[in-house]
Design a protein. Structure first.
Ligand SMILES: [Zn+2]
Length: 64
């Protein structure tokens, strides 16, 4: 397998979908290639976490 260069749909930057990642995707049975670069994926994940934290903060306080 070879590294692939894909274009991020979020920031339009090129990013590398490495052979190792392709193998990982195949192992997991994912049929689609990643649409976002790593930075955008991390940002999105953090955004989701922030939203969840904001939602929960009204009801309960998580121990730090
Ligand atoms: Zn991106």
């Amino acid at each position: 397998m070879e590294d692939k260069t894909l274009v991020c749909r979020a920031c339009s930057q090129e990013f590398v979908f490495t052979a190792g990642e392709q193998e990982f995707y195949q192992m997991k049975g994912f049929e689609n290639e990643p649409k976002d670069c790593k930075d955008c994926r991390i940002a999105k994940k953090q955004e989701r976490r922030n939203q969840r934290m904001n939602r929960n903060s009204d009801q309960q306080e998580e121990p730090t």
